[in-house]
Ligand binder design. Structure first.
Ligand code: AKG
Length: 193
């Protein structure tokens, strides 16, 4: 397991299969099934989030109208699951990443693009929260060190875990998996599960 990260989060992809550390669409998933489609409504929701974020961070201005997400990574955290610090750098597009959280509260650790270590800020993400990171923060290292016990969302039947959906624009075209060698220089480690 690279860099000592914990691989305890379960993953389903919509739009593209993501494998460490590339996207593919032209082959079947590990379970033998074709990739599930990326839903248009989810893209619309993510676009709205970028527009909202741009009202507080002008560096994202205009991003909402051009944002063309084509993949969602749906992460499922059971009790005790966590995600190590990584940067989302397998996309060719510089468009922001939009993350939606549902169920139990997770502590979202957000650092800098320079290092997997400190400084970072820990923010509790509750059910229904959305996070947009783009611009200078697009390649910032981030992770989820823990869930907060005793939290949940009654509207979701107190889901016994946490679901996080990150919506991204790959910048890839059909059949063109990202070449790991094409990663931005100087950003190591990528997504670690
Ligand atoms: O679960 C989260 O809030 C973060 C998910 C994440 O970092 C990822 O999918 O790359």
């Amino acid at each position: 397991m690279p860099n000592g990260s914990t691989m305890s989060v379960e993953l389903v992809c919509l739009g593209w299969h993501w494998y460490p550390y590339r996207y593919v669409r032209d082959q079947e998933d590990g379970d033998g099934r074709p990739v599930l489609p990326f839903p248009g409504w989810l893209g619309d929701l993510a676009r709205e989030a970028v527009v909202d974020a741009a009202s507080v961070d002008r560096s994202l201005a205009g991003g909402g109208s051009t944002f063309a997400p084509d993949v969602a990574l749906v992460n499922w955290y059971r009790a005790g699951a966590k995600m190590g610090m990584h940067a989302d750098a397998d996309e060719r597009s510089p468009a922001p990443v939009v993350s939606f959280s549902l169920g139990q509260t997770g502590i979202f650790r957000f650092g800098t693009p320079a290092t997997r270590g400190r400084p970072w800020r820990d923010t509790p993400l509750e059910s229904g929260d959305a996070v947009v990171f783009g611009g200078a923060s697009r390649l910032a290292y981030h992770g989820v060190p823990r869930l907060v016990a005793g939290t949940g969302d009654p509207e979701l039947g107190n889901l016994s875990g946490r679901m996080n959906v990150t919506v991204r624009e790959t910048g890839l075209t059909d059949g063109a998996g990202a070449d790991p060698k094409a990663r931005s220089p100087g950003v190591g480690g990528r997504r670690l599960r």
